[in-house]
Ligand binder design. Structure first.
Ligand SMILES: [Zn+2]
Length: 636
């Protein structure tokens, strides 16, 4: 177990949640993503004037210099001239504003008097205008995680970016349906000190926004960025964590990465090395690989203007093979820089050679030609076009020099397995400009009292209501209060009032899904519709409650099916009491010998046989009662 306190772990969260408002933040288009729809297409080359760039980072500038073109798909049902940046934005969406104010109140924040829309420069083409519109709604609040108070720094209301469809040589394609969907962005203070706590706080914030009834649901509607540092490390920005359950892993892996990078720094000092020992001295070593068996290298050897280029990392032997995160080595960190800055596919380094078709003989030759020390030095190779390869090697040396400082300040992207990869240097705080097309909004009493209606009921009140009004056990009430689908629970209790007990709804949403997960059922496929429809079957008496797990398991594997289809396919349609009686009579007859020998076991014997046939088709209590009655009469 890692001691995160000793490591000095600090985590801040930045959570973005899409709002399910009737229209977008600055126009009247619906907030719906569309797959197949008539669309217009247009190409732009965003190149804002230099002076407007502010502190835009170098990697982005590099993109521009390459002359990337942006191809926009504008689906007609979900975009208009505002998304195309042909028409000024309309005034800010009031429904979104009221929701943001409600969340700010629930987070005990200080609400600003006047809301100003600002422009934040974006450089990747994800907004047709070249900037994202954002506005600060509230500051300086808090929430509690157990007894611990977690600061909330800011709550902003902003427009979502366009959806990236694909990226190719010199172009990026975007779809404009997502552009302009309102997002609430909540940033916590770096008050979080362990990975599980980070996940809990993110969860609480997500749940709170959902309880306003105005949050969108499903994959991609909530995105988390994390700021993670340890003592002696650096604040690292991690972008795009898509699942709540990945947060603790991402934090733990980042803490591990920083710890390992600090250990590598120690090792470099111990070896008596200095950054000046590394030189930008690149050699063309193509000749060594004329007859190589490595496919990638052979391709480079044979193409025009391409070759194999190498650099010596003096004293680095063994460090490139050092694991910094599961499955990622220090060499992988160098390779990330080579990819981003040189646009190459990757690097080879001697800590992992011979391999990939590169022989020991070729490695020996490398050391000889480069005049390097086999016991002490590492060599990095790039096989590609000369100009790309040299840029890549330059980035590799630059990154290797940073190892003497420990953890370089970076923006990283989350991988699906919880590890992260380098995206770009960490930018300075983005410069903002006032959006002159949109007048400021005064936060008046009318707005605030509208917001008040959306503020979620405090949890202690909910708890009391669930136990006293709904008859939930205290344990179940706590479980459902800690479930992300709490809003669904409340909606279904309302919808099926008087027909399905709140206890059954709560335990379906929490315990049943948890049990199915334990059985390996892909419950991430189960959405609100599936649960709603399944509870609907119960309400109409079409299935017994024992059938719920089976129906949901079926739907998890075939998410496009309806609950009704699932019940039919599983043969779970209810049977009548008459039919049940027949099945019980038959079971008694077939087991008569056993029953006579062991009458005290009769109930178990018959019940087992009958339930095997009727499970899910009729309520278990009804079966038990009837079996007992029948046995009593025949045994007398
Ligand atoms: Zn629009």
């Amino acid at each position: 177990m890692t001691n995160y306190k000793e490591l000095g772990l600090k985590v801040g969260l930045e959570i973005h949640i899409q709002l399910d408002t009737s229209h977008k933040l600055f126009c009247n288009c619906p907030t719906k993503l569309v797959e197949e729809a008539p669309e217009d297409k247009f190409v732009r080359e965003l190149r804002p004037a230099r002076s407007e760039l502010g502190e835009v980072d170098e990697a982005a500038l590099l993109e521009w210099k390459k002359g990337v073109k942006y191809l926009y798909h504008a689906p007609r049902p979900s975009s208009c001239l505002v998304e195309a940046d042909e028409e000024p934005p309309h005034e800010i969406n009031r429904e979104a504003l009221v929701t943001a104010l409600a969340v700010a109140k629930a987070l005990n924040m200080y609400i600003v008097d006047e809301i100003h829309v600002m422009r934040k420069i974006v450089i990747d083409g994800s907004n047709t205008s070249g900037f994202q519109r954002t506005s600060i709604i509230a500051l300086d609040g808090y929430l509690y995680d157990g007894d611990k108070r977690i600061g909330i720094q800011t709550l902003c209301l902003e427009e979502d970016a366009a959806r990236k469809l694909s990226q190719g040589k010199g172009f990026i394609e975007y779809k404009l349906d997502r552009l302009g969907i309102p997002l609430i962005e909540i940033a916590t203070a770096p008050d979080i000190n362990d990975p599980d706590e980070a996940e809990r706080v993110a969860f609480k914030i997500g749940q709170l926004v959902r309880l306003t009834g105005k949050a969108k649901r499903g994959l991609g509607t909530i995105r988390q960025d994390l700021n993670v540092s340890i003592k002696g490390g650096e604040k690292i920005e991690i972008k795009g964590v898509q699942h709540l359950y990945l947060i603790s892993k991402v934090v733990a892996y980042e803490a591990l990465r920083q710890k390992t990078l600090l250990e590598i720094r120690e090792e470099l000092h111990k070896r008596g090395l200095k950054p000046e020992d590394l030189s930008y001295d690149f050699k063309d070593v193509t000749e060594i690989f004329r007859e190589t068996k490595s496919k990638i290298i052979r391709r480079a050897v044979k193409s025009k203007n391409s070759g194999v280029y190498a650099v010596v990392l003096k004293g680095f032997k063994g460090l490139l093979g050092r694991e910094v995160q599961p499955g990622r080595r220090f060499g992988t960190e160098l390779a990330d820089y080579a990819r981003v800055w040189g646009g190459v596919g990757g690097i080879f380094h001697t800590d992992e050679l011979p391999a990939y078709g590169i022989t020991q003989e070729e490695v020996d030759k490398l050391y000889e030609v480069l005049n390097a020390d086999k016991e002490r030095d590492a060599i990095v190779l790039v096989a590609d076009k000369r100009d790309k390869a040299l840029k890549a090697l330059e980035a590799v040396v630059r990154r290797a020099k940073m190892a003497f400082e420990g953890v370089p300040p970076e923006t990283r992207a989350a991988n699906p397995d919880g590890t992260t990869k380098y995206m770009r240097p960490r930018p300075g705080s983005a410069r903002m400009y006032p959006e002159t097309d949109i007048p400021p909004v005064l936060v008046n009493d009318e707005l605030l009292s509208e917001a008040e209606k959306l503020v979620p009921e405090p949890f202690d009140k909910k708890m009391k209501r669930y136990v006293e009004e709904y008859g939930l056990s205290k344990d179940l009430a706590i479980t459902v209060l800690n479930d992300l689908r709490l809003d669904l629970f409340e909606a279904l209790v309302e919808k099926y009032r008087g027909r399905v007990s709140p206890t059954l709804i709560a335990s379906t949403i929490t315990n049943t899904l948890k049990m199915l997960k334990g059985e390996g059922v892909p419950i991430e496929n189960i959405d609100d519709r599936h649960i709603d429809e399944t509870i609907g079957l119960i309400a109409r008496g079409e299935i017994a409650k024992e059938a719920i797990p089976e129906v949901l398991a079926y739907l998890a594997r075939k998410p496009e099916a309806s609950a009704e289809e699932a019940a039919k396919a599983l043969g779970l349609t209810r049977i009548s009491v008459d039919e049940l009686e027949k099945i019980i009579d038959e079971a008694i007859k077939n087991n008569w010998e056993k029953i006579k020998q062991r009458p005290h076991k009769a109930f178990n014997i018959v019940m087992g046989t009958v339930m095997a046939k009727v499970r899910g088709k009729i309520d278990g209590k009804t079966v038990a009662k009837l079996v007992r009655d029948k046995l009593n009469s025949v045994l007398e």
